[in-house]
Design a protein around this ligand. Structure first.
Ligand code: AKG
Length: 324
């Protein structure tokens, strides 16, 4: 039977040769005008709606409401505008252009909203230690929905750090204790070491996008602007060398996925998006929002209990937001 779902959109602009070689050299590139203003406008509305209706993980662990920070992950499972951007926008074709593998899967997305004046920083980190996967073929698109400068929490990078062998603790805005529970060292604050490292950020307008890989070190300060919110999304895609590799203190997966360690990402949680979606993988999601699985929530809570991070454990739980 023919797949009746939309094909990935054809970008009005692909990455240029120069942008691709900058990405190769630096581990990151800022591409101007990659997304159109209609998409940005639509995403702003969808994001405000998603902030109103956070997932259990957003509500209980990622949000810092009282400090003007909102965060959530796997928003596409609940909100259609995020689903459509993930599966049917220009991002799959652009990911294919960069990664070059025959198939591309959607990994997940995340939002980072720092309201005007929010003091919440994003500590310097690499992404790969945060993820329950192995492999190298992962790209993230960082998509600001407001104009950003360094003052209003523009994301900054250490150029070339994608080639470092050292790995640092996974740290998210709010310094999550569970995710930091590894033997890895904490990354230095590279913003304070500008004379020793190539620390670079960009003033960006909505429509500009930063493309970066899974190892390059990055972070951002709080939003020191009194007037401008800093709303940003990160959409992540992977190629064929990425495997499921669950470990303690990595991002919890609260949806059933049926993957065993070593499996290539795929199925309903990490659907194929290039050369096209597979109807079976996303049929349930196309029929309506998919809340997380109670069984997965239960398993994660049990893991938190066993490792001392649960509600009665001696270590601070990630499921209790101290600020609220
Ligand atoms: O927006 C931010 O401050 C953090 C973004 C980030 O760390 C990421 O997308 O990996």
């Amino acid at each position: 039977m023919r797949n009746s779902l939309p094909k990935p959109a054809v970008p009005s602009r692909y990455f240029t040769e120069e942008e691709l070689s900058t990405f190769e050299r630096d581990g990151v590139v800022c591409a101007r005008g990659l997304l159109d203003q209609e998409t940005i406008h639509h995403l702003r509305e969808a994001l405000e709606d998603a902030i109103e209706k956070l997932s259990i993980l957003g509500k209980s662990a990622l949000n810092r409401e009282s400090k003007g920070f909102h965060g959530d992950i796997f928003v596409w499972k609940l909100h259609d505008a995020f689903r459509d951007l993930a599966l049917f926008s220009v991002l799959p074709a652009l990911s294919h252009q960069v990664l070059g593998t025959a198939t591309i899967n959607f990994f997940y997305e995340q939002f980072f909203v720092k309201r005007a004046g929010s003091p919440v920083d994003t500590p310097w980190h690499q992404d790969i230690p945060f993820w329950p996967v192995s492999g190298t073929q992962i790209v993230s698109f960082w998509i600001p929905l407001d104009p950003v400068t360094r003052e209003s929490s523009g994301l900054e990078f250490v150029l070339g750090s994608q080639n470092w062998n050292e790995r640092f603790k996974a740290v998210t805005p709010g310094h999550d204790a569970y995710l930091m529970d590894t033997d890895l060292p904490t990354a230095p604050n590279y913003a304070e070491q500008r004379s020793d490292y190539d620390v670079v950020g960009w003033d960006m307008d909505p429509g500009d996008v930063i493309l970066f890989g899974p190892v390059v070190c990055h972070g951002s300060a709080g939003n020191a602007s009194n007037t401008i919110d800093r709303r940003a999304l990160a959409f992540r895609y992977c190629g064929e060398d990425v495997r499921f590799a669950p470990r303690h203190a990595t991002m919890p997966l609260l949806w059933d996925h049926g993957l065993e360690p070593g499996d290539r990402l795929g199925g309903s949680l990490f659907p194929q998006v290039w050369p096209e979606v597979i109807e079976d993988e996303i049929a349930r999601r196309m029929a309506g929002p998919e809340p997380p699985s109670q069984a997965q929530i239960g398993a994660f809570m049990k893991h938190l209990e066993e490792t001392g991070f649960g509600p009665t454990g001696e270590k601070r739980t990630i499921l209790v937001n101290e600020d609220d």
